[in-house]
Design a protein around this ligand. Structure first.
Ligand code: HEM
Length: 475
């Protein structure tokens, strides 16, 4: 049965392609999300771009995003098979890169009923509070000096995810985090291996591919040790971690989730890679935006301090009262979506969209970054204005297609509930205890906001600030 009708064979418009390299020359040397938006302004919101020998369809409007991720979601629920992502995803057996089908549905179900539920996320509350308190203590001890806030934020978020996934602080934590970061960095560039997936010569010679394989082997070794340790250890009243949950399925012979060793490693790695970098970069961008707009920072601080001053410290019990802080997080997700192109999708059958034909198995890239700045949908789209959400119901849960930092439809991010406190708690703590200044008398408006695209969208330069303690730090 055909999912979409078929009447024309015209590909969407796009710039002229050159032999061999296609349009690759048009995107080199600039931030790809900016470059794709500029090209879309010329060729339209449904655009064909040939990168290497791979056809890409670039989507740059909420209407077309909705057609892909709602109207034709079932057809477009496959992932595009990338050479590099195959290496890190145990051959597409993780959640993010698994092809649409029975196995992927099983993994999603494990997420929604076991791994990423509200209850499970709540069970990690004390882990988050401990890790963030440690952050605040370290910063408090650095009063009078300049703090590399970016570095601190990444450590704390990865620390939380690592403890949720592996239980106690793992002795491998540092090298594991470094390896996962390296993996994301290698994945971020336009590697020739993915531009020419069918060329045997290119595949043999790709340096990125070779490096990625090496890093992945290191990650695999660490994950294997962690699984073995979990099997052998005696549990005594600790919070059940995510590896425990997955091993339980593996050990239960009647389980409806028959997971292999590699399946478990693939899932844990997804949660690690998906949960660490994304949330940290939102906290980092939110702090940057507030440094640039000190009035917003003051407003957020007033709100947090008025909610928590009576008890004298921040915990998770009253985070839901922080309406303004939530708007700051939303606006940060709009202007600095951590995964600006979502994850590439692919249609299982050929399909008509807006009168153009997308042949089967076409790679679909949704420019969520550009969509969230569409002037037809957003007033002052380039301005950071958290107050725009105060009287609006617009949300990132996959129904407002002008705002899709977590994607939408069947392949939407399953980690929102997990991500939220990892962003809100560090922000609330950083703003409750401290005022923040740029070092060396730099003016707020001078803060550099350059981006770096490495699969995720991070600050190019680390955010370094001077803290001034305003509320005593619990010892
Ligand atoms: C600010 C935080 C986060 C952002 C912005 C984010 C964004 C995204 C996006 C854009 C996708 C692709 C959606 C699509 O293709 O439609 C995705 C998928 C995914 N995310 Fe997240 N994510 C975040 C946090 C997390 C966390 C905390 C976890 C796990 C603990 C997680 C796990 C995943 C997984 C497993 C997928 C693959 C889903 C699938 O293919 O079925 N993410 N995320």
């Amino acid at each position: 049965k055909k999912i979409c009708s078929n009447t024309t064979t015209k590909l969407p418009p796009g710039p002229k392609t050159l032999p061999l390299i296609g349009n690759t020359h048009q995107i080199l040397g600039s931030m790809p999300h900016h470059c794709f938006r500029n090209l879309a302004n010329k060729y339209g919101p449904l655009m064909h771009l040939k990168l290497g020998d791979v056809s890409n369809i670039i989507v740059t409007s909420p209407e077309i995003a909705k057609q892909i991720m709602k109207t034709h979601d079932l057809n477009f629920s496959n992932r595009s098979n990338l050479v590099l992502s195959n290496i890190i995803s145990y051959n597409g057996t993780d959640i993010a890169f698994a092809p649409y089908g029975h196995y992927w549905r099983l993994l999603r179900k494990i997420c929604t009923v076991e791994l990423l539920t509200v209850k499970r996320v709540q069970s990690f509350r004390s882990i988050r509070e401990e890790e963030v308190l440690e952050l605040v203590k370290t910063i408090g001890a650095s009063e009078g000096s300049i703090v590399n806030l970016s570095g601190r934020i990444f450590l704390v978020t990865y620390g939380i995810v690592a403890r949720a996934a592996f239980g106690k602080r793992s002795r491998y934590q540092k090298i594991f985090i470094a390896a996962v970061e390296e993996q994301l960095k290698l994945l971020g560039g336009f590697s020739v291996a993915d531009l020419y997936p069918n060329s045997k010569v290119v595949q043999m010679m790709s340096r990125t591919k070779a490096k990625l394989k090496k890093v992945h082997a290191q990650i695999d070794g660490i994950l294997q040790d962690i699984l073995d340790e979990h099997r052998n250890r005696k549990r005594k009243g600790e919070v059940e971690d995510l590896v425990d949950v997955l091993l339980k399925f593996q050990q239960d012979k009647d389980s409806e989730y028959p997971l292999t060793e590699d399946n478990i490693k693939a899932v844990i790695l997804d949660i690690f890679a998906g949960g660490g970098e994304t949330s940290s970069s939102i906290v980092e961008w939110a702090m940057s935006e507030m440094i640039k707009n000190p009035k917003l920072m003051e407003e957020a601080q007033d709100e947090i301090r008025s909610v928590f001053d009576r008890q004298g410290y921040v915990d998770e019990t009253k985070l839901h009262q922080l309406t303004f802080l939530k708007s700051i997080v939303k606006e940060t997700l709009r202007l600095h979506p951590s995964v600006p192109f979502l994850l590439p999708r692919q249609n299982r059958e050929k399909c008509q969209i807006n009168g153009y034909e997308l042949p089967e198995n076409t790679r679909i890239v949704i420019n969520a970054w550009a969509i969230a700045r569409d002037p037809n949908y957003w007033a002052e789209p380039e301005t950071f204005k958290p107050e725009r959400y105060l009287n609006s119901s617009i949300d990132f849960r996959g129904t407002d297609f002008e705002f899709i930092p977590f994607g939408a439809g069947r392949r939407m991010c399953p980690g929102i509930v997990f991500a939220m406190p990892n962003m809100e708690l560090p922000l609330a703590q950083l703003l409750y205890h401290f005022d923040w200044k740029l070092p060396n008398g730099m003016k707020n408006e001078e803060l550099d906001m350059s981006e770096s695209f490495r699969f995720t969208l991070r600050r190019k330069n680390e955010l370094c600030l001077s803290p001034i303690t305003r509320r005593p730090i619990p010892q």
